[in-house]
Design a protein around this ligand. Structure first.
Ligand SMILES: [Zn+2]
Length: 66
């Protein structure tokens, strides 16, 4: 937990640069930006700070006619 707290002190949302907050279940991070609020996963103890937009672009590209 100490390590995670130290990580959180230096991590910031890659989109809006606001600090990140550890989810209650410890399985992810949530951006504290009021106008952002993006969620990020933690895989094997390593936060995956990939913006939703990047993931969305990959999945949306094939369904633009929806
Ligand atoms: Zn953000």
């Amino acid at each position: 937990m100490t390590v995670e707290n130290r990580l959180l002190s230096v991590l910031a949302c890659p989109v809006c640069k606001q600090p990140l907050q550890l989810d209650a279940d410890g399985a992810g991070l949530t951006c504290r930006g009021a106008e952002c609020g993006r969620g990020y996963r933690i895989v094997d103890g390593i936060p995956v700070l990939i913006a939703d937009e990047e993931l969305a672009t990959a999945s949306v590209s094939g369904s633009l006619d929806a």
